[in-house]
Design a protein around this ligand. Structure first.
Ligand SMILES: Cc1cc2nc3c(=O)[nH]c(=O)nc-3n(C[C@H](O)[C@H](O)[C@H](O)COP(=O)(O)OP(=O)(O)OC[C@H]3O[C@@H](n4cnc5c(N)ncnc54)[C@H](O)[C@@H]3O)c2cc1C
Length: 290
């Protein structure tokens, strides 16, 4: 059986918990409160995703945007019809799968082309009711040797009204920054800021955020580079009613929709959704060894 595997930035959070078991996260007791343990990924969050990709037996296709999903039925050698899913990407390349598990935000799911739309029909109104907040993130990159003198690594700034910011200073003893790189600051904007400026040009958004950063960090050196990104579908503010975890759109061939929209945004929401997919998959797939 082939499988369709996608990994996302948002999914990094989901993977983080398991990763310390594999030794790629370092326990950071200094910051612990005696009850909770904190972990850091010294070589960056991307190493968590890479670890799982390297240790999986899947063929991973990056930069592959699925545009349509169609059910195929063709005669098999034993006279029985073989049913599969044909997935087409933006470059018109077709691939066939026995099972497809789709974990994309619901507005994007509802926008996919092909016969998947027939299978979404019974779920349509509940999927349409899902709501997301939107966010911007601004990364500021500094020269090697630049100093950012604050006693914290991450801060939720509540005193700034319009734009709640939490810069992350990537310059701590437990973070392995390659020698040629300087520190960086990552700023996330608040939900109200996202609503107000969602359609604004990214350069204009950047110009709006920078004065807030300067208020919080008046001594910040001049960045050598910066990048602003828009998360249109950021965190789920209203999920699918009843939090079912996933929706089995078709049992043969199997087509499952899942993700945090079917539970709630956060680590445990992702785990619950993944668990419900495993349950649905193992219940309906007699060959499964899960
Ligand atoms: C800014 C931000 C901060 C967060 N902070 C935290 C936190 O601190 N702790 C926490 O637990 N959670 C946090 N979350 C939430 C967490 O990231 C999500 O709950 C989780 O990633 C949802 O996983 P998912 O697999 O359902 O969806 P996603 O991770 O969104 O995966 C969907 C992926 O599908 C891709 N995609 C969309 N359409 C297509 C298509 N047609 N073809 C191919 N690919 C497609 C998207 O590019 C994306 O990569 C945060 C989220 C955001 C945005």
């Amino acid at each position: 059986m082939q499988d369709l595997t996608r990994v996302s930035i948002r999914s990094c959070y989901l993977l983080m918990c398991w990763f310390h078991l594999m030794g790629s996260l370092k326990e950071k007791n200094k910051q612990g409160d005696g009850v909770n343990k904190n972990f850091v990924a010294p070589s960056g969050m991307n190493t968590i995703v890479k670890h799982f990709l390297h240790s999986s037996e899947s063929n991973i296709f990056f930069e592959t945007h699925c545009s349509s999903i169609n059910r195929l039925e063709k005669p098999g050698s034993d006279g029985q019809n073989i049913k599969t899913w044909q997935v087409t990407d933006l470059k018109e390349k077709n691939s066939e799968f026995d099972t497809v598990i789709v974990t994309i935000p619901t507005p994007q799911l509802l926008n996919l082309k092909g016969s998947i739309q027939d299978f979404l029909e019974s779920e349509r109104s509940s999927l349409e009711s899902v709501q997301y907040s939107s966010r911007f993130a601004l990364a500021l990159y500094f020269d090697r040797g630049a100093k950012i003198n604050v006693p914290w690594t991450c801060k939720y700034v509540t005193e700034i009204r319009v734009c709640g910011l939490y810069p992350w200073i990537q310059e701590r003893d437990w973070v392995k920054i390659p020698k040629m790189l300087g520190p960086s600051v990552l700023v996330h904007t608040s939900v109200p800021f996202g609503i107000q400026h969602l359609e604004m040009d990214l350069n204009d958004v950047k110009d709006l955020i920078i004065p807030y950063v300067k208020q919080i960090l008046p001594d910040l050196p001049v960045p050598v580079n910066s990048r602003c990104i828009r998360w249109r579908y950021s965190q789920v503010s209203r999920g699918v009613e009843g939090s079912p975890g996933c929706a089995v759109l078709c049992s043969s061939p199997m087509l499952i929709a899942c993700g945090d929209a079917f539970t709630h945004t956060n680590f445990d929401g992702c785990i619950n959704s993944a668990q419900s997919v495993v349950d649905a998959f193992s219940k309906m797939s007699p060959d499964s060894s899960l």
